[in-house]
Design a protein around this ligand. Structure first.
Ligand code: TRP
Ligand code: ZN
Length: 487
């Protein structure tokens, strides 16, 4: 729920698509601040080097209450749905704000209220520059430190959005509903958001769908589904702080099933009724291991960080898996390795998130290393063997050339980020020893639980735990363009 301030300013050449409530013009920018005006517009971007326009400045979101009514495609061969929604966002101003922004992509705002009062807004959408902003001008202006409740009504048609690399993400319309996989900047495809992994918040979801469909989201159910006039509302509550890229909702012909992890951890799985045959056999076997996987990781990394776990498994045409908080999403068959990978992210990535997108190896390296540990535990392959195999893959095609501590926007999920990241952790363990490595890992999780941190923070924690200076080590294993000396 913290938010890093920055000096980022929105590009000015944006196309105006809508403006609400007469008499409210384009909000003045902070740059036009005069000495007697304390109030200014919050920044329209987080300033992340890869996604400068995602996220916003000047406030800290505490809670998102999302009320979504969704009509799945009427013709399953045309993947278009309809969303009609209201977001109730509780935030705390961190600056004297005369205007503030949310990110919202491809959906139109129809009303805004601040603390119950109709308020003006403008909406800009510039796809070429990836600028998708709703700018709200509260009257009275918001004083720093003050809490406010912003209600935004919005809606529109949904399709199949893609990220900067062309990969499917965000609110993905499927033949029987929708699946949501936001990472990295797709949350804005379904709700107005401060889309910055540094601003975590709690969430509630009320998802209204045609009777017969099931809707799931992060966290735990909040009461039984309620049906009225052919529509059923499914309520979910996620009470652990969550980065927006980890929020999810799934709508479809899901069957819910229940299991329990260590200490009574509720496990809720939602499996698409169309997942069948070999895919269902493999997926069911992987999901049945979830309680054991949680126990295995708790032994090494400390208590599972959230209130619930489970899976949403869909049968969309594209295969993907994402570590959405408490309830990873899988499409197609979920292998054992993939399930333990997404579970590992609950500690590494979700409880402690990357402060900037360039820190992504802290997510993918750890989740891949955890796959190695699990396979070793299961007797499939030793960690040493998997490390050697990874190095062999990295040796081919000049793959050491990629600096995984700053891989570039379109290489966030390149194979090297996973393999070199996991190899770096393996080599770190060999260098500092088991005790310092595990102590450092636990300290990292403890110190930054519920927030975000950088590669530099990680190095500092590992240096404390080991008493060794690790600058040269991390340069060799993350950044340098050639193969490091092997442990
Ligand atoms: N983080 C995912 C993993 O566990 C990869 C991923 C990134 C992804 N963005 C996505 C998956 C969007 C599905 C959709 O490796
Ligand atoms: Zn991953």
């Amino acid at each position: 729920m913290t938010n890093l301030m920055s000096n980022f300013r929105r590009a000015t050449a944006v196309m105006l698509v809508t403006a609400g409530v007469a008499g409210i013009g384009t909000p003045s920018q902070a740059t036009s601040r005069s000495t007697e005006t304390r109030f200014a517009a919050g920044a329209a971007g987080s300033g992340d080097p890869y996604f400068p326009n995602a996220g916003n400045g000047g406030y800290d979101v505490l809670h998102y209450g999302l009320d979504l009514r969704y009509t799945p495609p009427s013709d399953p061969s045309v993947l278009a749905g309809k969303l009609s929604a209201a977001a109730t966002i509780t935030l705390r101003a961190e600056e004297e704000l005369e205007a503030l922004n949310f990110d919202l992509r491809g959906l139109a705002v129809t009303a805004v209220r601040v603390d119950g009062k109709d308020t003006g807004w403008t909406q800009t959408q510039d796809d070429a520059n990836r600028v998708w902003e709703v700018t709200i001008s509260p009257k009275p202006k918001l004083k720093a430190g003050r809490e406010a409740t912003i209600q935004i009504e919005y809606g529109g048609n949904t399709g199949r959005p893609v990220d900067t690399t062309g990969a499917l993400y965000g609110w993905v319309t499927t033949a029987d509903g929708a699946i949501v996989v936001n990472e990295p900047d797709g949350a804005a495809t379904w709700y107005p958001v401060n889309d910055d992994p540094e601003d975590k918040a709690t969430y509630t979801f009320a998802v209204t769908v045609p009777e017969g469909k099931t809707a799931v989201a992060n966290g735990l159910p909040d009461g039984r589904p309620q049906t009225k006039d052919g529509w059923t509302t499914w309520s979910w509550e996620a009470s652990d702080p969550m980065a927006s890229y980890l929020s999810t909702a799934g709508i479809g012909n899901f069957a819910l099933s229940y299991d329990e992890g260590p200490g009574g951890l509720p496990i809720i799985n939602a499996i698409d009724a169309d997942v069948a045959g070999q895919a269902l056999t493999q997926t069911s076997a992987s999901l049945a291991l979830q309680p054991q996987m949680v126990a295995f990781l708790e032994d090494r990394f400390g208590r599972y960080p959230f209130e619930a776990f489970g899976a949403t498994v869909d049968d969309d045409s594209v295969d993907y898996a994402l570590e959405t908080q408490t309830r990873p999403v899988y499409s197609g068959a979920a292998s054992e390795g993939t399930v333990v990978h997404e579970l590992g992210h609950q500690w590494f990535g979700n409880a402690v998130s990357p402060a900037d997108w360039q820190d992504i190896w802290l997510n993918e390296g750890w989740a891949t290393y955890i796959e190695w540990l699990w396979a070793e535990h299961r007797g499939t392959a030793t960690a040493a063997r998997q490390f050697t195999d990874a190095v062999t893959l990295l040796d081919a095609n000049n793959r050491w050339a990629l600096n995984i501590a700053d891989p570039g926007r379109d290489n966030l999920f390149a194979g090297q980020v996973y393999l070199r990241g996991a190899a770096a952790l393996y080599a770190l363990r060999a260098k500092v020893g088991d005790d310092a490595f595990l102590e450092g890992a636990r300290e990292w999780l403890d110190r930054f639980d519920g927030s975000s941190a950088t590669t530099e923070h990680f190095q500092a924690v590992m240096e404390e735990a080991s008493g060794q200076e690790l600058g040269a080590f991390f340069n060799d294993w993350l950044r340098e363009g050639d193969r490091p000396a092997m442990p």
